[in-house]
Write a protein that binds this ligand. Structure first.
Ligand code: SF4
Length: 119
């Protein structure tokens, strides 16, 4: 197995080359140790975080930004985005409020990242 990827952990965007070697992974092209960890995670268990905005009921065209409480497996991102797209929380919404607990059984919550008061 030989794989190439870009490290997404900082703006340097190192181009990584990953090769299986003796049951482990050999990573080249990383400027720091985080790049090796990123490559290993991408191969063995790729995770992603995400953020979005959803409309708030009881307000005039107000949106609230949301994010996940932690990263989720990459293949769950689109189903989670669909669940988030159906969200219509009622104002007021508090920053940190859990809008979907344990979204799709991932153990991760969808939380509001700002406060939207009642109008
Ligand atoms: S390997 Fe290190 S320096 Fe390079 S992009 Fe990743 S975090 Fe940044």
């Amino acid at each position: 197995m030989n794989d190439r990827m870009t490290c997404l952990l900082c703006p340097a965007g190192c181009e990584l080359e990953v090769e299986e070697e003796g049951g482990g992974l050999r990573v080249r092209g990383h400027e720091c140790e985080k790049g090796r960890e990123f490559a290993e995670s991408e191969i063995r268990n790729p995770l992603r975080n995400l953020a979005a905005s959803v409309p708030v009921r009881g307000t005039a065209l107000r949106m609230v930004s949301v994010r996940l409480s932690g990263p989720v497996p990459r293949d769950r991102v689109f189903p989670i985005l669909e669940a988030i797209a159906g969200l219509r929380p009622e104002a007021p919404v508090r920053r940190g409020q859990v809008l979907i607990a344990d979204v799709l059984g991932t153990g991760v919550d969808v939380i509001a990242t700002r406060t939207v008061p009642q109008e």
